[in-house]
Design a binder for this molecule. Structure first.
Ligand code: OGA
Ligand code: MN
Length: 205
């Protein structure tokens, strides 16, 4: 199991708004989660997501080419429950180290099938809502090569790019870090937690 947040990670989150760490679940757990994810895909549990909410809801594969499932529905599988438990530990660590006051989180499994699918530049915080505060992504790709593309590009100082390597964790502030997924040429798996705080103006989703 990975160590608690370091001072450098907390400073980075408060500064440019992001950090990356190699080793979040342990490679064995990350591989097991990938296997569980593949079984979900084989059982056709993944769907093309909508974008935005309400009247904004639409599907546009040129904006976003992944297929997703909420983990909530699949926590009976211990290979996925362990990931949710690790995100909960991260939530507690973030609250201990900051004043973010994160109350809960949702986890989404996402798979880009390859073939150049990506996700255009966006912010994760939903418009008009304080719901999403911190995004944490763990990648599940053991054999990722440079020619597979699929870098996560963050629009912050230096425009860093993060390759989606097995058990790599990237954490960023959902309202402050625009980002995109570059065109992907191999199957690309990730589990994303959105840490939230209660929004008195809107019901939680
Ligand atoms: C998202 C997203 C980035 C990634 O799902 O909102 O930006 O690297 N994912 O998978
Ligand atoms: Mn995003």
């Amino acid at each position: 199991m990975s160590p608690a947040l370091s001072d450098a990670e907390v400073d980075a989150l408060g500064g440019d708004g992001w950090f990356v760490r190699d080793g979040f679940l342990g490679a064995d757990r990350a591989l097991a989660a990938r296997d569980a994810a593949r079984s979900l895909a084989a059982a056709e549990a993944l769907r093309a997501p909508g974008l935005g909410r309400g009247a904004d809801h639409r599907l546009d594969p040129t904006v976003r080419g992944d297929q997703t499932a909420w983990l909530r529905d699949h926590l009976a599988d211990p290979r996925l429950a362990v990931v949710s438990a690790r995100f909960e530990a991260l939530r507690v660590e973030l609250n201990a180290a900051t004043w973010l006051g994160l109350t809960h989180f949702t986890v989404q499994l996402a798979c880009y099938p390859g073939g150049g699918a990506g996700y255009a530049r966006h912010l994760d915080a939903l418009r008009g809502s304080i719901n999403r505060v911190v995004t944490a992504i763990v990648y599940l790709n053991p054999e990722w090569l440079p020619e597979h593309g699929g870098l996560l590009r963050l629009f912050v100082t230096g425009t860093p790019e993060v390759a989606p390597l097995l058990d790599r964790l990237v954490v960023f502030r959902s309202d402050a870090v625009p980002h995109e997924v570059c065109p992907t040429f191999a199957e690309r798996w990730a589990l994303t937690a959105w840490f939230r705080k209660r929004d008195p103006e809107r019901p939680a989703i």
